[in-house]
Write a protein that binds this ligand. Structure first.
Ligand SMILES: [Zn+2]
Length: 151
């Protein structure tokens, strides 16, 4: 991995990320990332933190499956997806929210694949997903501007 990428992974965007998430910021490889989320899984405490920081899920008529806007803490989800795809997309974007040091861009496709693998496990966890849906406010809009961010 390029030196610039490693520095990026170690630099949190937010200083108020919970301490249990600071542990993940030093991840340097997809394998390490997957291991860390198995060791320190996203829990209800993280969802509580996200709620307190006004994270929102917004369903919209976008082209891709979804993306995360860290500046305003919004998870945008394609409103035409199936329930299963929605769960997977929300789990994936929650991982981005938990990883402020990782910039989702086209230079890190291997990290995106790792996030998909981790997200699959979360989206299959009915108890976790039920808590997400219960706790995190959601909205519908048809006015969400398109973005060129990768999901
Ligand atoms: Zn992603």
């Amino acid at each position: 991995m390029k030196e610039a990428n490693i520095r990026l992974l170690r630099t949190p965007i937010f200083s108020d990320i919970p301490i249990h998430d600071q542990r993940r910021l030093g991840s340097q490889s997809p394998e390490e990332l997957i291991q860390r989320f198995r060791q320190f899984p996203l829990n209800k405490g993280f969802i509580d933190w996200a709620f307190e920081h006004e994270l929102m899920i917004v369903y919209s008529n976008i082209d891709g499956k979804g993306y995360y806007l860290p500046q305003i803490r919004e998870i945008i989800v394609n409103n035409k997806l199936t329930r299963e795809e929605i769960n997977l997309t929300i789990a994936h974007e929650l991982l981005h929210a938990a990883l402020p040091g990782i910039n989702p861009n086209k230079d890190q496709p291997e990290l995106e694949l790792a996030l998909d693998e981790i997200a699959q496990e979360y989206s299959n966890d009915e108890d976790f997903m039920r808590y997400v849906m219960l706790k995190i406010p959601s909205a519908n809009t048809y006015n969400r501007p398109q973005t060129n961010l990768k999901p």
